[in-house]
Design a protein around this ligand. Structure first.
Ligand code: HEM
Length: 157
């Protein structure tokens, strides 16, 4: 699914505004908070255990901000998203990068079922980070972008 020049422009502009407002750490933490609460089985994945996250109950933003390793990871995730957003409109490069993300997760023993909810998790985290910038039209474009991310990532499984 390709993106029109208009969609690319609004997605890139709103992403830049979101990052100005919350930083890579803030947006990355919003994604991780959604992931840990909406897909709790992700908390115990190899590697994540070194974050020593609570295994039960709701995880709060304070649970994440009190763990420097989690903040570091959030920045890595948001940096990957930044690269993805910059590649929108360059469909072949976008596909290649997302396939690399999928391959990297396969190597980390992250199964494809862990990506089942990623579209909704990303969309919700982005919607929250947009705050007052959020409109129905803009969210339609973001939903499309989140769908494409999931589609290309899981295509390598
Ligand atoms: C579009 C969504 C995602 C992006 C952009 C993303 C990005 C990244 C990046 C950049 C890394 C660091 C790789 C490295 O250090 O070489 C990473 C690591 C990792 N990701 Fe993801 N990720 C995504 C979704 C997920 C999901 C859904 C899961 C599992 C539920 C997951 C689990 C992991 C794990 C276990 C690691 C290793 C963490 C560690 O111990 O350092 N990721 N991810």
């Amino acid at each position: 699914m390709a993106f029109s020049a208009n969609e690319v422009c609004e997605l890139q502009q709103s992403w830049d505004n979101m990052i100005k407002e919350h930083g890579f750490d803030g947006v990355g933490l919003a994604v991780l908070l959604g992931l840990y609460n909406e897909a709790p089985s992700s908390r115990s994945l190899y590697g994540y255990s070194r974050f020593s996250l609570p295994q039960d109950g709701v995880i709060t933003i304070e649970d994440l901000t009190s763990r420097p390793l989690v903040i570091e990871h959030a920045v890595k995730v948001a940096s990957a998203l930044d690269r993805i957003i910059k590649l929108l409109g360059k469909q072949d490069d976008l596909k290649a990068f997302l396939e690399d993300v999928g391959e990297a997760h396969k190597m980390l023993n992250v199964g494809s079922r862990n990506f089942e909810k990623i579209e909704d998790i990303l969309s919700r985290a982005i919607g929250e980070s947009l705050g007052p910038m959020k409109t129905d039209d803009l969210m339609q474009s973001w939903d499309k972008a989140c769908g494409v991310m999931k589609q290309f990532i899981i295509s390598v499984y």
